[in-house]
Design a protein around this ligand. Sequence first.
Ligand code: PGA
Length: 245
Amino acid sequence: MNKIIIGNWKMNPASQKEALELFDAIKAGVKDAKAEVVICPPFIYVSSLKFPAPRGARLAQFHGRQYSRLKLGAQNVFWENKGAFTGEISPAMLKSSNVKYVIVGHSERRKYFGETNEDVAKKLQAVLEVGMTPILCVGENEGENREEVLREQLAGVSGFRLQASGLIVAYEPVWAIGTGKNCRPEDVKKAMETIKNLVGDVRVLYGGSVKADNAQEYLEVVDGLLVGGASLNAEEFIKIVEKGS
Ligand code: PGA
């Protein structure tokens, strides 16, 4: 199966103009990629990013639709589809905005916004119900036992029909995110085995300070990468995508 490379822009870049420029540069650079490429911009930019039409397609027919290897993702979602939930964005809204993938339970959501494993399970279910693919983020903090944390974080989701849904799990040790510290590929491999033992044969990604010069060693053990900081630099991100192709 082809590798999947996901760019998580987090709360960047600072303006629509920069977001469009970054997106256009990435779009041009990955147009022949064999890997599946997913861009997860902040919600406010979701509708302005125009995906290229599949080759040979009539433009009018495909305007705004996605090129088959380049897809749109979101960084978060709420679990209800409508109602009085000020400031939230629903799975139905994302789906109708052409979003195919949704990151759920990123460690920054858990840490800064108090998301619990129960919240994460509700979001996961809501995303699956509307037919999008969740990217569930799991991983231990510095000093924590990896196995125990994975077991705890995945306990609430083992009841879902995960394989059939195409769930993706991203192993992201919190201590490796944005720090320049890398998890050893052999440890990533162990984490992947633990995840598959717990939830079945899902696709597993690695995330945490991935760059063009370390992408290859991770791609040898996992199905793809979740890239934060390096996805804000088109040239660097394109190089990472090339490693997955
Ligand atoms: P990083 O972020 O690549 O900047 O470490 C990864 C992530 O948070 O998904």
